[in-house]
Design a protein around this ligand. Sequence first.
Ligand code: Z5A
Length: 210
Amino acid sequence: MKRKGIFITFEGGEAVGKTTQIALLQEYLNSKMKDQVVFVHEPGGTTLGEKIRNLLLNDNDVRMCGKAELLLFMASRVELYEKVIKKALNEGKIVIADRYYDSTVAYQGNARKIMDNEKILSINKFFLDGLTPDLTIYLKMPAEKAFLRKGNSTLDKIELEGMNFHHAVTEGYDFMSKKEPERFFTIDASKTIEEIHKQIINKVNSLIKN
Ligand code: Z5A
C-alpha cells in the first residue's frame, strides 16, 4: 500500500511498558503537531474490535481453539486497518499503533504454534494490502521481570499462559527483529521510563525528518 503518512508500531510482551511509552510519546507529539497524530491499539479501536477484544481477553465463558483465536485477532486488525489506519495514512498523518501483526507472529505463531510464522505474515499482508510499519519499537525484557510489574492486577486469558509461552513470545519477536532489522528498533525495557522515552523521541524525530 502506498501512503503519505508514517506508520509506527509498538511491540513486546506483557508489561514491558508499551502503554506508558505510547502515552509519553502522545503527549510529546501532540505538543508539536496536534491533530496530525492518530493513536490506535489492538485488539480493539473500532466497535467490532472492542467486542472481539472482550471475547479474546476477558470473557471467561468463551473458550476457543487456537485457529479461531488467530482469526479473531486478524479480524480486529483488518477492521481497524479499513476503518481507521488506511484513511489516516492517506491523509498524511502519523499513525502510532499499540501492537500490529508482529504480535500475531509472536503469540499465535511462535508461542501457540497455530501456523508457521512466515504463513502468518503472508496472510496478514494479503488482508492489509501489504501495509508494513515504517518503524517498529520493540520493548524487550525477560518475561519473569516484566510480570513483577503487574503487581496484584487481574490477569487476562493470555497473560495466564505459563512462562514457557511467554518465552516463546519473546523468541517470536526476536525472529521478526532479525528478519527485518531495518524496521525494528529494539530497546532494553528494563531501563527507566525516562531513558526509554528519550531513545524513542530521538528515533521518531529522525524518522519524521527523513
Ligand atoms: N495479542 C495476541 O495474542 N495476538 C495479537 O495479534 C495481538 C495481541 C494484537 C493484548 O493485551 C493481548 O493480546 C496481549 C497480546 C495479545 N497479551 N495479553 N494479555 P493488552 O492490550 O491488554 O495488554 P498488553 O499489550 O499486553 O500490555 P500491558 O500488559 O498492559 O503492558 P504494557 O502496556 O506493555 O505496559 P504498561 O502498562 O505501560 O506498564 C506496566 C507496568 O509497568 C505499569 O505499572 C507501569 O507503570 C510500569 N512500568 C512501565 N515502564 C516501566 C519502566 N521502564 N520501569 C519500571 N516500571 C515500568
